[in-house]
Design a protein around this ligand. Structure first.
Ligand code: ATP
Ligand code: MG
Length: 418
């Protein structure tokens, strides 16, 4: 038994898992950049109040899931549970909205929620998200949904469904909540403890509840989509038409409220069909009032976040996990102890020339060293013996074919680089 173990719901990413995570992350961010997004990096620690206000006091994240504590100065701080509120805080705090009316930012990093750990649900997880601030156009909603499609396409993820909804503007929501309360009537008793408690303050939370009874009841409650004002209805139609133009298939969802209260208007979720209960791989929507809520001037905005762990699970389910690619191109070997230092220096030179290389420090014989080369899946071994050094040459061994050639160092480097 290890003396120290990692905390529940956290992960050690050991190679090749770490490399798979990073290469997937890079593919995603490259796609995001082609849409004009630039990276924003905000702190991992934030003030608690930022999230209690913006995400909503009666959401699960705020009520139950925040890693919060008092720092030594008595400040209430949290490990960030999501990325949108920090981006908006920075946008307001740094006065960006005074200089630049329209910005596209993306972020990536670790996020923290004290949830019950299970497949696709960690306490520390990785998200990549995009936020567009300063635009109300429905074309933009359609565009970021399209970006979601493009990301999944880049990763060759195919088996997903796009759910599209709208929670309407603040007035729509107010009216809908009243309608909902009436429609719920005495069926409130059938709800789970949390939903029952929240019916007065925030009955919309029912639609994000994971409890079976609540989900069943929710199906028979009025649709948010039937309750939209003309503006919100038109906005949704324009998004739909644009998606059709882009050949994006979607399904209209009557109750897509999501886990955060700041959404206004369009919401969407990409769900993977082969994942179990935690099947949402990418999700977002419009949040036109959040900038004002956080102290800035009215700035309409929209965005999404994807969960990297769930993307990796989806890739695995589709049998598309990237192969374990070991990076060693050349492994330097020494025939006897005397050639160790020349081999050591050769390794440094290969690295300087951009060739990934290593050598065996054990001082054991050549056979052992070649085994080490195989273990790290080296493409070539560069062998130095007394004769090679005398002639100013190296013996280049192709580790796949076993073919060996006596070459000058430069010739060998040329071949390794190919
Ligand atoms: P869910 O309904 O699955 O809990 P959410 O509404 O909490 O999702 P968001 O806050 O919008 O989701 O987060 C965006 C994405 O981040 C999710 O779609 C998911 O892929 C990922 N995600 C959220 N929470 C976790 C977690 N605890 N562990 C791993 N991934 C997560
Ligand atoms: Mg959640």
């Amino acid at each position: 038994m290890a003396k120290y173990t990692r905390l529940r719901g956290t992960t050690d990413f050991i190679p090749p898992q770490s490399e798979i995570l990073r290469s997937t992350e890079n593919k995603i961010t490259e796609t995001i950049k082609t849409f004009g997004f630039r990276e924003i990096i905000t702190p991992t620690l934030e003030r608690k109040a930022l999230f209690t206000r913006s995400i909503g006091e009666t959401t699960d994240i705020v009520e139950k899931e925040m890693f919060s504590f008092k720092d030594k100065g008595g400040r209430e701080v949290v490990l960030r549970p999501e990325g949108t509120a920090p981006v908006v805080r920075a946008y307001v705090e740094e006065g960006i909205y005074g200089r630049q009316k329209f910005v596209r930012y993306f972020y990536r990093g670790s996020f923290f929620r004290y949830e019950k750990p299970q497949a696709g649900r960690e306490r520390e997880f990785h998200q990549i998200g995009v936020e567009v601030l300063g635009c109300r156009s429905p074309y933009l909603d359609a565009e970021i949904i399209y970006l979601g499609v493009k990301i999944l396409e880049t990763l060759a993820i195919k088996d997903f469904t796009l759910e599209l909804g709208s929670v309407g503007c603040l007035q729509d929501r107010k009216a809908f909540v009243e309608k909902l309360k009436v429609s719920l009537g005495n069926r409130v008793d059938l709800l789970c403890k949390d939903c029952k408690r929240r019916t007065e303050q925030n009955p919309l939370r029912i639609f994000d509840c994971k409890v079976k009874e609540c989900r069943k009841l929710a199906e028979h409650l009025p649709s948010l989509l039937d309750n939209l004002c003309n503006d919100c209805k038109n906005h949704l139609h324009k998004v739909e038409n644009t998606l059709k133009e882009l050949h994006v298939r979607y399904h209209l969802h009557p109750h897509l409220v999501r886990g955060l209260d700041y959404y206004t208007g369009i919401t969407f979720e990409f769900q993977h069909n082969l994942l179990g209960a935690q099947n949402t791989i990418l999700a977002g929507g419009r949040y036109d009032n959040l900038v004002e809520e956080i102290g800035g001037a009215y700035t309409p905005a929209c965005g999404f976040a994807l969960g990297l762990e769930r993307i990796l699970l989806a890739l695995k389910e589709e049998g598309k996990t990237p192969a374990d690619r070991n990076g060693i191109q050349a492994f330097a070997c020494y025939v006897s102890e005397k050639e160790f230092l020349p081999a050591f220096c050769l390794t440094q030179e290969l690295r300087k020339r951009g060739i990934t290389s290593d050598l065996d420090y054990s001082g054991k014989n050549l056979k052992h060293q070649l085994k080490s080369a195989n273990r790290v899946k080296a493409k070539y071994s560069v062998i130095l013996g007394e004769d090679e050094i005398k002639e100013g040459k190296v013996l280049l061994k192709n580790m796949d074919t076993g073919e060996q050639k006596l070459l000058s160092k430069e010739e060998a480097i040329e071949i390794i680089k190919q």
